[in-house]
Design a protein around this ligand. Structure first.
Ligand SMILES: [Zn+2]
Length: 274
């Protein structure tokens, strides 16, 4: 099953539980909580939201703060970054969110290998502390759109292969922006093969504006990326997946994705019956 959902609560949401109800009423079944600037929540409201999400079958995920850089030259910043991820994991546990999406690092003056090994050491420390605190959420490493950012699928796969409790998160707009070539059905097939061992693949999608340096900004669905091609390839891969819409109109565009996917399913079933 492919779940579809939005990044952030719907407009006009007055409480986390209400936000989840609105997502459900919009015909969606996933929501990504945006702890991108801070990890603040009311524990009682989180418990209520957790219950509502379970009752309404809305799968929750968390986006960790943007300040994380596990490859900073400053030891203090690396420690602070590890603490940000842990705080997001505590938030995820409060809400019952299964995965915490992280922008892991930028290269700075380091090469790929040195950056990757710093990311691995940091994630090991984070996992150890998370286990001590009984925080079960998975750490999701997002494929990054700017060339200055660590996080190609190859780099992420190296890390995922060495650590428990860490999974790749595919951001299709970022994969498109970073290249080396635009997304095509062939490239998507290879990508889905590479992540085929993942039980539930967590994904982000949006429209995208980009330059030679990679990602510039997110746009409405359909701008700069053929989301239909992406969704069709994902559906054809047979993977269990969640696609979170991070476009500039996340709910409306997530509903468009839902309608397209439901149409694709019907189309395929009809073809099979013929
Ligand atoms: Zn992200």
């Amino acid at each position: 099953m492919i779940r579809t959902g939005q990044a952030g609560y719907p407009e006009g949401t007055r409480s986390p539980a209400e936000g989840i109800r609105l997502v459900h009423q919009a015909g969606l079944n996933a929501l990504e909580l945006q702890f991108v600037r801070n990890v603040l929540y009311n524990p009682e409201k989180a418990v209520e939201a957790r219950r509502t999400a379970r009752d309404m079958d809305v799968l929750l995920s968390v986006h960790a703060p943007y300040y994380v850089n596990l490859n900073s030259v400053s030891v203090a910043t690396r420690e602070k970054s590890e603490e940000w991820v842990l705080r997001a994991m505590r938030g995820a546990e409060a809400y019952g969110a299964w995965i915490v999406v992280v922008h892991a690092a930028v290269y700075g003056d380091n090469g790929v290998e040195a950056t990757t090994s710093r990311v691995i050491s940091s994630l090991k420390r984070i996992r150890r502390k998370a286990d001590d605190e009984s925080l079960p959420s998975v750490i999701g490493l997002e494929t990054m759109g700017r060339r200055a950012a660590w996080g190609t699928l190859a780099e992420i796969s190296t890390v995922v292969g060495q650590l428990e409790g860490v999974l790749p998160v595919l951001d299709f707009a970022h994969l498109q922006a970073r290249g080396p070539e635009a997304l095509s059905t062939e490239r998507l097939e290879k990508i889905f093969q590479e992540v085929s061992a993942v039980e539930r693949l967590h994904c982000h999608i949006s429209g995208i504006e980009y330059t030679d340096a990679g990602e510039r900004r997110h746009l409405r669905l359909g701008e700069g990326l053929d989301h239909r091609m992406v969704l069709r390839s994902l559906w054809n891969s047979g993977l269990e997946a969640t696609v979170i819409c991070e476009s500039t109109s996340p709910q409306e565009d997530a509903q468009l994705m839902r309608a397209f996917l439901d149409g694709t399913v019907e189309e395929n079933l009809t073809n099979r019956l013929k």
